[in-house]
Design a protein around this ligand. Structure first.
Ligand SMILES: Cc1cc2nc3c(=O)[nH]c(=O)nc-3n(C[C@H](O)[C@H](O)[C@H](O)COP(=O)(O)OP(=O)(O)OC[C@H]3O[C@@H](n4cnc5c(N)ncnc54)[C@H](O)[C@@H]3O)c2cc1C
Length: 336
């Protein structure tokens, strides 16, 4: 029988700090732990939910489920002519992995520094920041396929990565439990400095090293984003909406100052934070939940509240943005 915990408190397993319980929880430190937990007769028929660092979920109520707490360790690296291939256990802390690869002379992840959570969750929404997305540094992953009851290897094409999206949020939702991720860090390394804010932080230095870029990303993020150990949050709460070229042009005609980024296909990505800010939500507090005072894209939990209150606020914000701009903004975190 697996080592299962009944009515397990999840407050320390989600960065909003919502106080909900799992009917059963298992600390998964190996693939054997995973198989044992799933096969335990006490959880037969219960839904299965997977948690890494809990930095991209909204827990709205007690979970009548088996919750797998992914803590599988592991780090190995090998070099080929064209890349370093780094494999990390699903439970490895993402930022620690970024720091380790840079320190050990395998740069390429520095733009993704300080994103909370685990290596195993990074492919789920194809994490991205400061001009780099996981898919550009991804080789393959190993996962338990609940449909076939076997372990499988999936490459980048099979993972169907998109903007904050992948197979695991679409056709493969609830099917795969990732146990390890292999990253491909191209050699020779090339700095990615397209973000003006990042270049400024580096004082427009023409050839900064990976460690300097990592430090700059950490400095910017520490200024802009609330530390989840101090105030509950899940980072950006809404995805940036992408509208047609025609709708974008119509909006720009009315709001010339609107933050926007033209995509390769001509569509226009809008800054959700700007839209929310224009609707007057920055710093608004609604009981135990609210909008971060420095960044309208981040919803926060001040303590003593719950996920349902947070979702109610998020709907109020999305409705206001829709009424003013005719654009629907969608939450980024997974609601469990
Ligand atoms: C302050 C802050 C800043 C952030 N900044 C960014 C950012 O810049 N860019 C960005 O992309 N994200 C950002 N995020 C969001 C978040 O950190 C990432 O999405 C991260 O990858 C989530 O990792 P996690 O381990 O906490 O996943 P969790 O929140 O535990 O899980 C997220 C989803 O992944 C699933 N999952 C987790 N582990 C596994 C696994 N091993 N196998 C299968 N499914 C799994 C869960 O079931 C859930 O659906 C930020 C969050 C915070 C709090």
């Amino acid at each position: 029988m697996a080592d299962l915990h009944e009515f397990y408190p999840l407050r320390r397993h989600n960065t909003f700090g919502f106080d909900v319980r799992a009917r059963f929880a298992a600390h998964v430190r190996s693939e054997d732990d995973l198989v044992a937990a799933l096969a335990d007769p006490r959880v037969a028929g219960l839904p299965v939910l997977v948690l890494g660092g809990g930095s991209n979920v909204v827990l709205t109520a007690d979970l009548q489920a088996l919750v797998l707490l992914m803590e599988i360790p592991g780090f190995s690296a090998r070099a080929s002519e064209t890349a370093w291939l780094v494999t990390a256990g699903a439970g490895e802390n993402w930022h620690a992995l970024v720091c380790r690869t840079v320190t050990e002379g395998m740069p390429g992840l520095e733009n993704l520094a300080l994103i909370p959570g685990t290596a195993g969750a990074a492919p789920i929404q194809n994490i991205g920041a400061y001009g780099v997305e996981l898919r550009e540094r991804f080789a393959s992953l190993r996962a338990y396929d609940r449909a076939s009851g076997t372990f499988v290897e999936l490459d980048a094409a099979q993972c169907a990565f998109g903007y904050r999206d992948s197979l695991f949020k679409q056709a493969g939702k609830d099917r795969y439990i990732i146990t390890a991720v292999t990253l491909r860090l191209p050699r020779p390394w090339q700095a990615v400095l397209g973000y003006a804010e990042l270049a400024r932080e580096l004082h427009d230095e023409p050839a900064p090293g990976a460690a300097a870029i990592l430090d700059a990303v950490v400095a910017i993020r520490s200024r802009k984003l609330p530390d989840p150990t101090r105030i509950g949050n899940a980072g950006s709460f809404f995805k940036n909406p992408v509208v047609s070229a025609a709708q974008g042009a119509a909006l720009l005609a009315v709001h010339p100052g609107m933050a926007h980024y033209t995509q390769a296909d001509g569509r226009i990505k809008l800054a959700a934070g700007w839209l929310i800010d224009q609707c007057g939500f920055k710093g608004v507090r609604d009981g135990a939940v609210g909008v971060y005072e420095k960044q309208a894209l981040v919803l926060v939990h001040h303590g003593g509240g719950n996920g349902a209150q947070l979702l109610a606020l998020s709907t109020r914000i999305a409705d206001a943005v829709q009424a003013r701009f005719g654009v629907r903004i969608e939450p980024e975190p997974v609601v469990l």
